[in-house]
Design a protein around this ligand. Structure first.
Ligand SMILES: NCC(=O)N[C@@H](Cc1c[nH]cn1)C(=O)O
Ligand SMILES: [Zn+2]
Ligand SMILES: [Zn+2]
Length: 528
């Protein structure tokens, strides 16, 4: 099936110790003061780069096929957070496994993770499989584990999409692809497959062994994957030298980045249950205790309008800002204008780059996401919802302890609800969690990615942290005792999780070239 085309003319340790972070920051500031370190790591180059031209040309030549491959993927609504769509998530897993097989991958295993733990409506709901596969098993080569996720965030046209979110639409004039998952994370996942295909078409050896680990629950907290990685650390993953994840974005729209840190994410729900059914507000309003009113009151105690989290104990766990760290932000290529453009507004809480970046990378945030069971349609339905579930999450940073955070959050909610003296039933609970990750970006893998970026984009990448979360990153680092590199494909304005998610063609093609060059530079490096 071909992509729909818009006609021309239309429009960085689980509790990472402070000392490790200090060391990383000092090294980072050294890097920013001079490029000596990365230059020292730079190998001669020419032998490594001899195949780049043909590889890059082949990637360009295969563009129609690569668009088509992405289009097929976008058409499967693999929304992990929607229980009714679980069969689609499983379908997409099998579809990708088929593609891996036809591209010559071996030892393809669909690892089952059992049933999804509560809270879940269907207690027997099976988790989607984790796809494991190998490309090459040459003991003389290094082995790179490629992680990605094939599930996506929910999307519907009613949210304000200009096009069907589950159809890839190519704006020919702007050379931009739209669709749920194009940048997060189907584009990058397909990118790795395409890189292998380009090598095969050229009869060119992939210079490293690849191990694929693609999961279908990333957007829902990577439930079940921690255990699989621990179980397979000395088995399927035994030979892994490094892990590369392409599941985040450039900071802005112009400059490529490599990423060495992520915030964590603990996601909670509060359930308030009252009347036996939804009621007529004219008959019962004023004489019944309304769950939605209780919920609004409780949610209103979590955070203020300036983004300050109002739950006791959290602020005290945040790692102090170091002088060396503070200096880093000035050197990052980013602006308030880019932030505003990406948000489509001028509603920033801060008027300078440093504060925006610090509140994205190194301070926690609390967001209120939605209310299940509440009236949310058009019109003016005079209903009193009988049961409502409020959803919110906290993005975590060094040195917030996840278990302590859960305790503080749930205690806070229980206390605030008790103050209401409501007869309604109340429960506050954690849905899923994933730790923050901050790493030292001075190793062979980051060095290879830096050279690859220079080779493709002509600039040294900025080293960034990311406000989002990839829950499994720390698990890979700890269980496999290997470095993890975040090598993003898309741009900061791609609208991941939002409406009209996009991926610029230049980022899809350039991203694949960078991935390919990375594998070659890493293979040629003296270090692991
Ligand atoms: N591209 C990474 C990403 O979007 N990660 C999600 C992970 C998550 C955690 N809880 C729910 N989803 C993110 O929201 O950062
Ligand atoms: Zn993602
Ligand atoms: Zn995502």
């Amino acid at each position: 099936m071909l992509a729909r085309v818009i006609a021309k003319g239309s429009k960085f340790a689980t509790l990472h110790t402070s000392s490790r972070i200090i060391a990383a920051n000092i090294r980072l500031s050294t890097r920013f003061n001079s490029t000596n370190r990365i230059d020292k790591l730079r190998m001669s180059g020419s032998a490594v780069e001899k195949d780049f031209q043909s590889l890059f040309e082949k990637i360009e030549e295969l563009k129609p096929k690569f668009i088509d491959r992405l289009a097929k993927s976008i058409e499967i609504p693999a929304v992990s957070g929607d229980e009714t769509l679980r069969p689609q998530v499983v379908k997409k897993a099998h579809y990708i496994a088929g593609e891996l097989e036809s591209l010559g991958f071996s030892d393809i295993q669909m690892k089952e993770l059992g049933s999804q733990p509560p809270p879940v409506a269907d207690s027997g709901l099976q988790l989607p499989p984790v796809i494991l596969a190998r490309y090459g098993t040459d003991p003389a080569k290094k082995t790179v584990l490629l992680y990605g996720h094939y599930d996506v965030q929910p999307a519907s046209i009613e949210d304000g999409w200009n096009t069907d979110p589950f159809k890839l639409v190519l704006d020919e004039e702007k050379q931009i692809m739209y669709g749920r998952g194009v940048t997060d994370d189907s584009g990058p996942v397909k990118g790795w497959l395409n890189v292998v295909e380009a090598h095969r078409e050229l009869g060119l050896d992939v210079p490293v062994n690849l191990i694929i680990c693609f999961e279908g629950m990333e957007e829902s907290g990577s439930i079940g994957l921690d255990k699989l990685i621990a179980d397979e650390a000395d088995k399927y993953f035994k030979t892994v030298d490094t892990v590369c994840i392409s599941d985040n974005y450039w900071l802005g729209t112009k400059k490529p980045v490599l990423t060495y840190g992520l915030r964590g994410c603990n996601y909670y729900q509060v359930t308030i249950e009252g009347p036996g059914a939804d009621l007529h507000s004219g008959i019962f309003g004023g004489s019944i205790s309304e769950p939605m009113i209780d919920l609004v009151k409780v949610l209103g105690t979590l955070v203020d309008t300036k983004g300050n989290i109002l739950i006791d104990g959290i602020k005290e766990m945040i790692a102090p800002v170091l002088e060396t760290e503070a200096a880093l932000y000035d050197k990052i290529d980013y602006s308030v204008d880019e932030f505003n453009a990406a948000s489509g507004s001028k509603t920033s809480l801060y008027d300078n780059k440093k504060d925006i970046l610090m509140h994205r990378w190194r301070y926690p945030s609390l967001s209120i996401h939605g209310v299940e069971g509440a009236f949310h349609g058009a019109g003016a339905k005079t209903v009193i919802p009988s049961k409502v579930i409020g959803k919110f999450s906290i993005r975590t940073v060094p040195n917030i302890e996840s278990a302590k955070l859960d305790e503080y959050v749930i205690d806070h909610c229980n206390k605030e609800f008790a103050k209401l003296q409501s007869p309604n039933k109340f429960k506050a609970e954690l849905i899923h969690d994933g730790d923050y990750w901050v790493s030292d970006p001075f190793n062979a893998s980051f060095s290879a990615a830096s050279k690859a970026t220079k080779a493709v984009w002509g600039v040294e990448p900025d080293l960034t942290r990311e406000g989002g979360s990839i829950p499994i990153t720390l698990t890979f680092e700890q269980e496999l005792k290997s470095n993890v590199l975040l090598l993003p494909m898309g741009r900061g304005d791609d609208g991941a999780h939002s409406i009209n998610e996009k991926l610029d063609m230049s980022n899809y093609l350039g991203g694949m070239k960078t991935m390919a060059a990375y594998l070659h530079y890493y293979a040629a490096s003296d270090e692991k």
